[in-house]
Design a protein around this ligand. Structure first.
Ligand SMILES: [Zn+2]
Ligand SMILES: [Zn+2]
Ligand SMILES: [Zn+2]
Length: 290
């Protein structure tokens, strides 16, 4: 794997999407809980908060890494997979379990000697500016301390955007009453159009934290090779899909492969995974979708 333009072949290749965390907001085990899943010795029942990483060679042959959300567990997740760069961050929504690891990315600023773009809706960026005033209003810090160097990139009107040979199409989702974003990710040609032959797990849609898929989003989820979808627990919840709801949505979307994320300690991996329909499975921390 080279790092110069001389070995490029004009399109994205060797793309792997790694699930860095697959647990609900508390993480599993839950602090102070003695339930069977929290005490399970199956490593797939240990779930850090949800985030993912796309690693690939861009059209010039340069290695790239793009983060989907930056949960509070990001430091541990980065160490587990030996992540040593970050070329962009794409945010689904600004809930604590999805973005409160953003301070950790200052280390990539040092490694790459560059700022990092953070792509998010204007609403999510407003939340990030409130939570990370020390980052986004750095000049007001009493001491000029070591903080992340981020460039806010608003996603307007659900318009697709390009990052290093990939097109990210925002997929509006409903997280209870809160509109948030999923993303459809595809490799594109020099004109920005999707390639007819997509590498690895692409086209892939990452749809965390949803309780409903609005009508305008269903066409954006057609023809997927991989779907990553919220599945919280068995019992109803106001802001997340239950197992039955997630399976029903995945059946309708009909991706070649569906992987579920954001599970609570009600879900024992071995128990539910074997009962899922063909082509569907439970995600677990470290699962590499290639
Ligand atoms: Zn528990
Ligand atoms: Zn959320
Ligand atoms: Zn969440």
């Amino acid at each position: 794997m080279g790092g110069t333009s001389s070995d490029g072949c004009g399109k994205v290749r060797e793309l792997v999407c790694t699930l860095l965390g697959t647990g609900t907001s508390s993480g599993i085990p839950v602090i102070g809980c003695a339930c069977a899943v929290c005490r399970s010795d199956d490593p797939r029942d240990r779930r850090l908060r949800c985030g993912a990483c796309l690693r690939f060679l861009d059209p010039s042959g340069t290695p790239r890494a793009i983060l989907l959300d930056v949960p509070p567990d990001h430091r541990e997740q980065a160490l587990r997979i030996g992540l040593d760069r970050c070329d962009a961050i794409v945010v689904t929504h600004d809930h604590v379990d999805h973005v409160w690891g953003l301070d950790e990315v200052r280390r990539y600023n040092v490694l790459m000697a560059a700022p990092i773009e953070v792509w998010a809706s204007r609403e999510s960026l407003d939340g990030l500016r409130r939570a990370y005033r020390h980052v986004f209003e750095r000049t007001s810090n009493v001491n000029d301390s070591f903080v992340a160097d981020l460039i806010a990139q608003p996603i307007d009107d659900h318009r697709p955007f390009l990052l290093h040979g990939l097109r990210f199409t925002p997929v509006p989702l409903l997280h209870g009453r809160l509109p948030i974003l999923g993303f459809r990710i595809e490799a594109v040609d020099a004109a920005g159009e999707p390639l007819s032959e997509q590498p690895g797990p692409l086209p892939l849609a990452y749809c965390t934290d949803c309780s409903a898929i609005p009508p305008q989003s269903w066409p954006l989820l057609r023809g997927l090779r991989t779907l990553v979808l919220d599945l919280l627990r068995y019992r109803r919840h106001p802001t997340h899909f239950t197992a039955d709801e997630a399976i029903a949505a995945a059946t309708e979307i009909a991706a070649d492969r569906t992987v579920f994320i954001h599970m609570t300690h009600d879900i024992r991996h071995a128990e539910l995974d074997e009962r899922l329909p063909p082509g569907m499975s439970l995600g677990y921390d470290g699962l590499a979708l290639g």
